[in-house]
Ligand binder design. Sequence first.
Ligand code: ADP
Length: 193
Amino acid sequence: MKPINVIIFGRQGSGKGTQSLLITKEFGPVHISTGDMLRAAVEKGTEFGLQAKAIMDRGELVSDEVISGIVAERLSQSDVIQNGCLLDGVPRTLGQAESIMKVLEKLDFSLDLVLNLEVPIDEVTSRMLSRGRADDTEEAIARRLGLYEQETAPLFEFFSEKGVFEVVDGLGSETEVFDRLSAVITRVLSDKK
Ligand code: ADP
């Protein structure tokens, strides 16, 4: 299979984590989730992990510099070079988007597709409240959704201008949503030289 490089956007609670795993399984790109990477650092209890935990518990964003560094390092590893990447939860700010575009260019990766898994705010809020994760307090959820509209939604314009942006309806069963995503990815793959 041709390696494909994809970014997936979606509000917290949109199901993009689940769908990302399905995409990786079916189409092969390496799943790169900054949320997972940060939680792994927290788990290890390193100094960096402790700092990240405090920020995550407040529902705030880890600095662009730190995020850009960990993503650049991950992107240059051989499994990604071989299989492509699926970026999940990153970029979240214009600064991160610009730095990731530079890294992709330097590695001679094409950005093939940017997906936006669209689920309305009301629906994601009730989904998150019912999953009961440690950082899913009502306050932190509201803060994260607010930040998403403020910092991340403007990136849709940035990627639309690059001609790779696709919105996919995220309502419905896991399978229904995955079928929609698969149809878009298959089309993009068949156009890729
Ligand atoms: P969610 O989608 O529920 O916010 P994530 O796993 O994507 O979950 O992220 C959890 C937390 O990790 C975020 O609230 C934020 O504090 C931090 N984080 C993850 N990715 C980034 C990023 N790209 N930039 C800044 N902070 C991030």
